[in-house]
Design a binder for this molecule. Structure first.
Ligand SMILES: Cc1ncc(COP(=O)(O)O)c(C=O)c1O
Length: 436
């Protein structure tokens, strides 16, 4: 192993909490980023196909974003929200325009966890109810409440999750928890939601990712979210969409809810909003916002530097039409992955996702190929490509590059994947298992 990597791993073991895992047995030490590429301390270039978990949608070190943000840091770095500064307010205005559909009011925080936590609080304030529904297989954060609405065992670390949360079946038709077949099921999973709502009269909101990211790139079937919205409306329950992964062009539309035609009461954003600068937000309409009048503040949420970066992010996405680009490039990546999957039919179980949010599940004889997924990740890294892994069994190869990636990168990545699958799956032994 690279001695500098070994030194860092030793330091990590000594000084960080042992819960912090990293990818790769032989990890590169990353020292520089330039748009869709990362570089290690030996000058080796990697095409990034994970974008720091869909954060760097507008590219690493994009000067159109870092330039104004660094200038803002030189001028005025921090005051907090008890003083008037322009960037956070301008960002609120720009975000309202980007979201549309009456989602005109925002509260800025530092992370996705905080955005979801704030959205859950807002739902309680608005409805005066305390309970929540969420989906199995969803991921919403690390605080007590956001971890309680997280439906992935691996990330539900809290031994005492909130008793106010009920989990509903995840709409994953290829592996339907209820054993039904899409088309003839009559949305049996929504019937469960209806039952949960009837049994728990105190539900304030349903929180869901429009596509489950960490859960394995799970796309609900057409009509699911529309049906859910109608169910919730009948009982005055709010819909919170967690667009922390799907937002900012990732799936081929500026926000996933735009493509679905389902408008949430509250939408949660983070990750690509700051393109590497820490910022999150929960955004809502006038009616729901009016319920949050007690004093609220976040010391560094929406600080001038992150807010300036986010303003540039919105401008860059709009002027470069990154969502459209994700749609076009995603189509190319999907076609090439589909062709690959056909070459390895015994192991490539399902290809799914939309835009540049794609997952290829590895499974043989019904069993998850978790260890082989790790091997493929390692071999891809050695070939110069950083891809991701997701899924309840950590057996889904995940492709979420910066939206500024190129056709040549996509072609090179899938060519490399062809070679890596051939070498890593040849002796595949089916196993299950789950590691971060
Ligand atoms: C969909 C989703 N929601 C919330 C979070 C939590 O965000 P953060 O790590 O910024 O707190 C994540 C993190 O990966 C996520 O993927």
């Amino acid at each position: 192993m690279n001695p500098s990597a070994q030194r860092l791993i030793d330091g990590k073991r000594e000084h960080l909490l042992p819960c912090l895992y990293h990818f790769y047995a032989d990890p590169p030490v990353l020292v520089r980023g330039e748009m869709q590429y990362l570089f290690d301390d030996r000058g080796r270039r990697y095409a990034d196909f994970y974008a720091g978990v869909t954060v760097m949608n507008a590219g690493h070190g994009n000067p159109a974003i870092t330039g104004p943000a660094l200038e803002q840091a030189r001028q005025l770095q921090h005051t907090t929200s008890i003083y008037l500064t322009a960037p956070m307010i301008e960002l609120g205005r720009a975000l309202a325009a980007a979201l549309g559909h009456g989602l005109t009011r925002s509260f800025f925080v530092n992370s996705g966890t905080e955005a979801n936590e704030g959205a859950l609080l807002l739902a309680r304030l608005h409805t005066k109810r305390r309970g929540f529904l969420a989906l199995r297989g969803g991921l919403h954060g690390r605080s007590h409440l956001t971890m309680s609405v997280t439906g992935i065992d691996l990330w539900r670390t809290d031994p005492f999750p909130s008793p106010d949360v009920r989990l509903a079946p995840r709409p994953h038709c290829a592996a339907c928890e209820l054993g039904r077949t899409f088309g003839s099921c009559g949305f049996a999973c929504l019937e469960v939601v209806e039952r949960l709502l009837a049994e728990n009269g105190d539900v304030a909101a349903f929180i869901a990712e429009p596509i489950q990211g960490n859960g394995g790139i799970i796309v609900p079937p057409p009509g699911y979210l529309q049906g859910l919205r109608a169910l919730l409306d009948r009982r005055g329950v709010l819909l919170i969409l967690d667009e922390i992964q799907t937002g900012f062009g990732r799936t081929g539309a500026p926000f996933r809810f735009h493509a679905l035609g389902v408008v949430p009461d509250i939408v949660c954003l983070a990750k690509a909003l700051g393109n590497g600068f820490p910022i999150g937000a929960f955004c809502t309409n006038e009616r729901v916002a009016a319920s949050h009048t007690r004093p609220g503040a976040s010391t560094t949420g929406g600080n001038p530097v992150s807010a300036t970066a986010a303003l540039q992010v919105l401008d860059y996405h709009r002027t470069r039409r990154l969502a459209e680009r994700a749609g076009t490039l995603g189509h190319r990546l999907r076609q090439r992955l589909a062709a690959l999957a056909e070459r390895f039919p015994a192991d490539c179980h399902e290809l799914r996702g939309d835009g540049l949010m794609l997952g290829l599940e590895l499974r043989r004889d019904g069993l998850a190929l978790a260890r082989e997924t790790d091997r493929v990740l390692e071999a891809m890294k050695d070939s110069g490509f950083l891809i991701g892994k997701t899924g309840l069994d950590r057996n889904v190869l995940s492709f979420m590059p910066p939206l500024v990636t190129g056709e040549a990168d996509i072609d090179a990545c899938t060519d490399a994947l062809d070679r890596c699958l051939a070498s890593c799956l040849g002796s595949a032994a089916p196993r299950t298992g789950a590691s971060a």
